[in-house]
Design a protein around this ligand. Structure first.
Ligand SMILES: NC(=O)C1=CN([C@@H]2O[C@H](COP(=O)(O)OP(=O)(O)OC[C@H]3O[C@@H](n4cnc5c(N)ncnc54)[C@H](O)[C@@H]3O)[C@@H](O)[C@H]2O)[C@@H](O)CC1
Ligand SMILES: Nc1ncnc2c1ncn2[C@@H]1O[C@H](COP(=O)(O)OP(=O)(O)O)[C@@H](O)[C@H]1O
Ligand SMILES: [K+]
Length: 488
């Protein structure tokens, strides 16, 4: 997993890399610019579009000068706009790249920019070097960039955004942010979505071992992290090896939740799935999913199951049932939806949850559990405290869902799409996670694999159906995610 370092650690990472690989900081900047150009070429923008590169005096500006040179070489119509006063001292690498700007590239002060221009604006004004509140002199520059009607692409960070803490000044509102080496933490905060646009990760060839010496609780999950975390099943595997799981879900009028979670568990690979539903409602699930077995007892011997998922569509009148279930099952379990809301209003039950279990709240359920947060960083810190205190794992659902683990690490998922914001998508996830626990995955691996596959299945469904995507489409794509990731 890619470690997410702080803005302040970036400089140290650079020097560690430069020392280990024997390359200069200027060469590293060139790699960053070349990596940007690779992404740019994949976008196949029209060559008729003029490109305006706004460059600051630091290394973010240095990237901008290098990008302007490379685009010019590639035949683009490029102009540079300097976002600093005449006579300012530039960072050495920015100065070098400014000196290398070819003669054919017009180079103006930013306030000569004509806002009636159309085309692409590249924002290389401020990056991770931004310190404290934005200086007054930067306000009109950010305002000018934001008034531009064409496509806006920010380099590393939208200018004005602090790398890892809440920002309250003006910030560039980009259509794309091309960020180097790892996504800066603030890019993953929901409140910053209007500034970041689509986030693109541009590799600059820093090997993962170099990150090891830097302490950070934050990680970014990538596709390559998934396959090694999957269990491999052998020739003689039988359905018992794939786990015997139970789902306590559904109530009158909410049987869909039980159907979606149990079908998702089967599609994820569970050998045997038993749904505990109200007896009066059994016909609905048994005709919808014939592969699922149903039981109706309130206090069965839960420990005969390898894993248990509780909550989707359960109903808020099931406090006693939840309490009995928490006392009756001794292995890690999944708690979702109504189970979380019940725990939030009956906090004495939190201590009954088996250690290392997984709670999967969306932001509304999370607020009931841990109170209101002032921003995402505050939310991350509160959730971390909760996980450490109770030795539970919490998944904060949404774009870049965060897996918050019992040891304080917080992992950001990279798969998913807004087309997953549809009723029942969370019920599908509960089925997936319960299935992996039942297949013998650790809670950490169940979360990493489950959340990633769920997001990937959502992407595949979204590519096909866009806003018409429904939760059933997501679960029907789970199989395709196995093919895509080469999971046997
Ligand atoms: N390993 C990496 O991460 C690499 C980083 N590179 C680039 O280098 C950037 C960081 O460069 P620097 O550390 O030089 O910093 P920046 O260029 O991000 O910022 C420094 C500039 O910001 C101005 N500034 C600072 N605080 C301000 C405030 N409150 N109000 C207004 N202006 C303010 C400074 O006067 C200076 O001009 C990254 O964001 C990235 O674009 C790349 O060159 C490639 C390698
Ligand atoms: N904008 C988004 N980007 C990525 N994933 C999303 C987005 N919106 C929702 N999701 C995912 O869809 C699921 C929705 O879960 P939830 O809110 O519990 O739905 P429900 O209660 O209807 O089942 C979560 O896994 C969440 O991460
Ligand atoms: K920038």
């Amino acid at each position: 997993m890619l470690k997410i370092l702080s803005g302040d650690q970036v400089k140290e990472l650079d020097s560690a890399h430069i020392q280990k690989e024997g390359i200069s900081s200027h060469e590293l900047m060139e790699r960053a610019a070349l990596s940007f150009i690779r992404w740019w070429e994949s976008m196949v923008f029209s060559k008729a579009l003029p490109v305006f590169v706004f460059c600051g005096a630091g290394n973010n500006g240095g990237d901008g000068f290098a990008i302007a040179r490379l685009l010019f070489k590639g035949g683009w119509n490029v102009q540079v706009f300097r976002c600093f006063e005449e006579g300012n001292t530039l960072s050495p690498d920015a100065q070098k790249n400014l000196d290398w700007i070819p003669e054919g590239v017009p180079n103006h002060p930013w306030n000569e920019f004509d806002l009636s221009n159309e085309g692409v604006l590249i924002d290389a004004f401020l990056g991770v070097g931004l310190k404290g509140p934005i200086r007054n002199s930067a306000f009109p520059i950010i305002e000018c960039i934001n008034s531009f009607p064409g496509i806006k692409i920010s380099i590393d960070l939208p200018s004005g955004l602090l790398a890892d803490s809440p920002s309250n000044g003006p910030v560039v509102e980009a259509d794309f942010t091309v960020t180097f080496a790892f996504p800066k933490l603030a890019l993953l905060f929901p409140e910053n979505a209007p500034f970041t646009g689509k986030i693109v990760l541009a590799e600059i060839g820093i090997n993962e071992p170099i990150y090891e010496v830097f302490p950070s609780p934050y990680f970014f999950i990538q596709e390559k992290d998934i396959l090694p975390r999957h269990r491999v099943f052998g020739q003689f595997s039988h359905k018992g090896d794939f786990g015997k799981i139970a789902l306590l879900a559904g109530s009158k009028g909410k049987m869909g939740a039980a159907i979606l979670s149990s079908k998702a568990a089967l599609r994820t690979g569970s050998g045997l799935v038993t749904a505990f539903v109200p007896e009066s409602e059994r016909g609905i699930i048994q005709s919808a999913v014939p592969e699922v077995m149903c039981e109706f007892e309130e206090s069965p011997d839960w420990n005969r199951f390898d894993a248990l998922g509780v909550g989707p569509g359960l109903g808020l009148d099931k406090k006693d049932l939840l309490q009995k279930t928490l006392k009756g099952f001794t292995k890690p379990m999944i708690l979702d939806a109504d189970a979380i809301t019940l725990l939030a209003s009956n906090r004495e039950m939190i201590s009954l949850i088996p250690k290392n279990s997984i709670l999967t709240p969306h932001l509304g359920e999370l607020e009931r559990l841990i109170g209101k947060s002032s921003d995402h960083l505050d939310r991350l810190n509160r959730v971390k405290e909760f996980c450490l205190q109770w030795q539970l794992n919490v998944l904060i659902k949404g774009a870049y869902s965060v897996i918050s683990l019992t040891d304080g690490r917080q992992l950001f998922n990279s798969s998913g799409t807004p087309y997953m914001a549809t009723a029942g998508a969370g019920d599908v996830l509960t089925g997936i996670l319960t299935s992996y626990l039942g297949q013998g995955y650790s809670p950490e691996n169940a979360l990493i694999c489950g959340v990633y596959h769920h997001g990937k299945a959502g992407e595949l469904a979204g590519n096909q159906y866009r806003r018409s995507t429904i939760a059933s489409d997501i679960l029907e794509k789970i199989g395709e995610t196995y093919l895509l990731l080469n999971v046997l």
